[in-house]
Ligand binder design. Structure first.
Ligand code: SF4
Length: 103
């Protein structure tokens, strides 16, 4: 099949890429696709690390003004997860004392 129509070529290329990518979904862990419950501020570890959903309301002196979950190295952007709190999502503008700048 040969075509010189650029729109048709783009369509065929995108279709081929999409078809090739479908089997990759099987490799994504199921928990990564499922919505995770938000981390409760009452969680014992969350309390110990002074987790707060609105970092700007934190009273912790160690918190820097520009530190938030969404720029923390433990934040998992695809799911709003956090490797410190597996199984939970965290607020992108939250914070806890385990915060470390994402590199
Ligand atoms: S470790 Fe980072 S991403 Fe996880 S709750 Fe603390 S500040 Fe947020």
């Amino acid at each position: 099949m040969h075509t010189t129509d650029p729109a048709r070529r783009r369509f065929l290329l995108r279709s081929a890429v999409a078809a090739a990518a479908l089997p990759m979904l099987a490799l994504v862990p199921h928990h990564a696709l499922a919505a995770m419950p938000p981390l409760p501020v009452t969680n014992a570890q969350a309390k110990a690390l002074h987790y707060i959903e609105d970092a700007n309301k934190s009273d912790q002196a160690t918190r820097k003004p520009d530190s938030f979950c969404d720029n923390c190295q433990f934040h998992i952007a695809a799911t709003n997860g956090c490797s410190i709190f597996p199984g939970f999502s965290v607020a992108p503008k939250g914070w806890c004392s385990a915060w470390a700048l994402k590199k």
